[in-house]
Design a protein around this ligand. Structure first.
Ligand code: NAD
Length: 488
């Protein structure tokens, strides 16, 4: 079946009409148009969300969790067709599409449990007959701006937490993947219906490009802007939200490294390198872009990686034996060509799509394009002699998302994870930098933006903290022992 035919049948199955509107979606598999959607109205969405917030914030959190539980059920039931649609619209292989929808299900399960655990502390007061505590209250409407490469999971990471935390959600998906977003909205619509009488405007989508996003970014009714995408986007969004004293959560580009030490299990390392560097056609924020390898094992490991890259099946992401699908579009192909020039290897897989073989480049120094995130499967190799040099190379880039080390030397592993080790938000041992679980907080430092979403205590970004002091005595002692007596 052609991508357009299959997309149309999946959309029909999921109850989505994507046949009219000004925003067209194209499948990277063959470049064909697979549907159209209407551009949204940012101001109207913000107004509806602000109204919904007044009701949703007073619904008990465990009841809010019930909505997310139903959403998880809808996603479980539609996992297969939604994953295939993700594959058709974003170009990732079906296995990764299934993984992406599983992540949505996992974060729903996590958020349901969380809805009974939005704990605050009680704090010892210095004053007699006083009690101190902190409460976590809903924050307000949350705007989720998402990127093409995780067209549905990023919304779920944010929405599941935002909803149990008491906040309405507005989604501005990538203009390159509007159909998967509509499909998710249809599933959310079913969950809302089964939930019974949710506030109107609790879960909304606003389709469009950066102009639509910027209007929402500037809207004071939006309490939190959670923006996932390039560093260039974050550099615009961050200051705009700061200007109106809004809250921002930025999940931006990465330039992730793996260090391979002499004691490493090379068979583990090479498999991890293949998945992390070539998987998703190098279009993950956590994609492995720099291989920092000890000079004593470099020739062997690099030879093996080149062999794996030469043999990996590049093709239609719906074929079961394909491991590398197409780049998202021609602009991505041109971005890769700017780095590789005539060394780029275009693969003749499906007419109309931009398919490339992953590339390995031996870099003499960490400079120029090695410091940038080219969103394509290019792996730079840097050789090191002593371990401190390897850590310095890992950290000497502007981005700080993910990192990993392959070693069987405990000292090296712990040094890498220590305060003087990797400066990234994610640091792994004996696995690649890519493929996080939802249980941990996800995000990175420096130009990656500093945000954390998904697991651990990331939920706090979606709530406001209130400190309460209660006097149950008959005196009015002041903090710090200050005397301020009323004259007789
Ligand atoms: P992009 O920055 O082009 O677009 C991402 C989203 O931002 C889109 O919805 C787009 O419409 C919107 N946008 C663009 N400019 C904007 C502006 N000025 N104001 C408001 N919104 C704006 O990114 P992309 O090409 O879709 O995705 C690839 C990038 O995303 C890579 O850099 C990748 O590393 C990053 N990414 C990061 C994470 C993470 O969690 N750190 C996850 C996925 C992708």
């Amino acid at each position: 079946m052609s991508p357009a035919q299959e997309a149309s049948s999946i959309l029909q199955e999921l109850g989505v009409d994507a046949t009219s509107g000004d925003l067209a979606s194209r499948s990277p598999i063959d470049g064909s148009e697979i549907g159209k959607v209407l551009i949204g109205d940012p101001a109207a969405a913000a107004a509806r969300a602000a109204k919904a917030f007044e009701q949703w914030r007073i619904v008990p959190a465990p009841r809010r969790g019930e909505l997310v539980r139903l959403l998880g059920e809808e996603l479980r039931a539609a996992k297969e067709p939604l994953a295939r649609l993700v594959s058709i619209e974003s170009g990732k292989i079906v296995q990764e599409g299934l993984g992406e929808v599983q992540e949505m299900i996992d974060i729903c399960d996590f958020a349901v449990g969380l809805s009974r655990q939005l704990y605050g502390l009680t704090i010892a007061s210095e004053r007699p007959n006083h009690r101190m505590m902190e409460q976590w209250h809903p924050l307000g409407p949350v705007l989720v701006i998402s990127a093409f490469n995780f067209p549905v999971a990023v919304w779920a990471w944010n929405a599941a937490l935002a909803l149990v935390c008491g906040n309405p959600v507005i989604w501005k998906p990538s203009e390159k993947t509007p159909l998967t977003a509509e499909a998710v909205m249809a599933l959310a619509g079913r969950a809302l219906q089964r939930f019974g009488e949710p506030p109107a405007g609790l879960v909304q989508i606003v389709q469009g490009d950066r102009d639509v996003a910027e209007a929402l970014v500037d809207d004071p009714r939006v309490a939190l802007v959670s923006a996932t995408g390039s560093t260039a986007m974050g550099a615009v969004v961050g200051p705009r939200v700061a200007k109106r004293f809004g809250r921002v959560l930025l999940e931006l580009g990465g330039n992730n490294a793996t260090i391979v030490c002499p004691s490493a299990d090379l068979s583990l390392a090479e498999r991890a390198i293949l998945f992390s560097a070539a998987g998703t056609a190098g279009q993950r924020c956590t994609t492995l872009r720099r291989l920092i390898v000890h000079e004593s094992i470099a020739d062997r490991l690099v030879g093996r990686v080149k062999q794996l890259f030469a043999n990996v099946k590049v093709g239609d992401p719906r074929d079961l034996d394909t491991l590398v699908g197409p780049l998202i579009d021609e602009a991505a192909f041109e971005g890769m060509r700017r780095v590789l020039s005539d060394r780029i290897e275009r693969v003749d897989a499906v007419a109309g799509g931009f398919y490339v073989r992953p590339s390995v480049i031996e870099a003499d120094a960490q400079q120029g394009t090695v410091l940038q995130e080219t969103f394509a499967p290019i792996l730079y190799v840097l050789r090191y002699r002593d371990f401190e040099e390897a850590i310095a190379l890992n950290n000497a880039v502007p981005q700080g998302l993910s990192s990993s080390i392959f070693t069987n030397d405990l000292r090296e592993a712990e040094r890498f994870l220590s305060a003087a080790g990797s400066d990234c938000g994610i640091a792994n041992v004996n696995i690649g930098p890519s493929g996080a679980e939802i249980g941990g907080a996800f995000g990175g430092e420096k130009e990656t933006g500093g945000g954390r979403e998904s697991g651990s205590d990331s939920w706090r970004a979606y709530m406001r903290r209130q400190t309460n002091t209660v006097n149950y005595g008959t005196d009015l002692p002041l903090a710090q022992g200050i005397r301020f007596d009323v004259p007789p």
